[in-house]
Design a protein around this ligand. Sequence first.
Ligand code: NAD
Length: 502
Amino acid sequence: MNQPQAEPAKLLIGGQWLASRTDHWQDIVNPATQQVLGRVPFATADEVDAAVAAAQAAFPAWRNTPVGARMRIMLKLQALIREHSQRIAKVLCAEQGKTLADAEGDIFRGLEVVEHACSVGTLQMGEHLENVAGGVDTYTLRQPLGVCVGITPFNFPAMIPLWMFPMAIVCGNTFVLKPSEQDPLSTLLLVELALEAGVPAGVLNVVHGGKEVVDGLCSHPDVKAVSFVGSTAVGTHVYDLAGRHGKRVQAMMGAKNHAVVLPDANREQSLNALVGAGFGAAGQRCMATSVAVMVGAAREWVPQLKALAERLKVNAGHEPGTDVGPLISAKARERVLGLIDSGVSEGATLLLDGRQVQVPGYEQGNFVGPTLFSDVTADMRIYREEIFGPVLLVMCVDTLDEAIALVNRNPFGNGTGLFTQSGAAARKFQNEIDIGQVGINIPIPVPVPYFSFTGSRGSKLGDLGPYGKQVMQFYTQTKTVTARWFDDASVNDGVNTTIHLR
Ligand code: NAD
């Protein structure tokens, strides 16, 4: 464990941790205290080229490394992540602001992907059919692509990098990771563990930076595929730029997730779920519940929802008992406060106002308290835009059909939930709702890695999602071989000018 944990963050190129030669740096700041934890370089174009070149050079040997050897590195990596998860969680909590328990969850959800990567031997198998014609067999190979790139957001600095590089490299690709410039330290600890687990020099590389670095990677001639997770504005740009340069691209983007509550639902469980999913991680989850749609008599539960939200404890993430930590930056806080102001001025009813929250001992923190709006309409900015803060909107409708129509009219398609005791209502909902991830009495339905993350519509570009079966397809290309062998030199079928196999 000899990679610098704090300042300045280093680049990893060809197995070497290097100090960047850039003159563009950004502070990594604890969002509860404003303490500077380190500095992140915005890599130069030459450094980006060097990282891609190192990945390209490592590819021929790595793609031919036996699958068992690749798998064993993942087995070692999952053991190392378990061993070091408390230490990484503390760093994650300090640089990102989430509670320690949530930081551990961030790491654990990524660890599950590493565990799944240990099954690559079966996951990467192709298909084989003999006698597709007389003595002719056809089989498929799932081969790695080459240099793949991952660009990750600030909100899950452990889970999302682990969605990407373990699956990409276990399939035989090499990788260049560009972590969030806001909180790269915990990501770097995971990369360091990957090296310790035996990932060879050049197979995994790291560059830091923002738009210029991302654009350089997306347009680099030697990059074959780009995985992006982040905001809709940046994801759309990345998809377009990398797509124009002939890369495979997957972009997971912003969201506006609705939870629909029917009056027959388990009242306590449903309200607890709304509060946890609405305000947990200070609302900075792409699968956070941002709109509670109360159907019929469930609208009478809103005062209880408010009472539960009021009880949440806002504090620094490392303090015991914290429910809601700070937002990632002062800029993010200003943005969320501006959106709350817009809700008030556009006529929504502010049931609970988190704008003035004070946290003793952390007066400089980027805190916003739980905020609840009712009387929200679809034309308001607070409904149209992703807030990415601890703000829950309440909308009321009379029927399940109206609720489904409301959710389906929203352009985002990341996640949704239904709270009910009725199997028939749940079945209708899962069938008619046009959202990629559905929870039935589950507030944040992020699939485990044996499935895939399947956000849809405005929340995603590209047809294959991260991790699971879909990402195996994303990180490999199928080669189909049709073969015939002759065991007798005298075989002579004569010339055949048709396309027919016989
Ligand atoms: P962001 O889009 O600001 O940043 C994401 C990445 O893009 C970072 O690595 C950043 O350095 C880079 N970047 C920033 N500006 C860029 C530009 N102009 N050109 C090229 N690259 C640029 O996102 P964020 O604020 O870090 O993360 C929050 C967003 O991510 C939210 O919208 C959230 O919904 C989304 N998100 C989505 C998912 C999902 O699976 N759908 C998961 C997590 C987060």
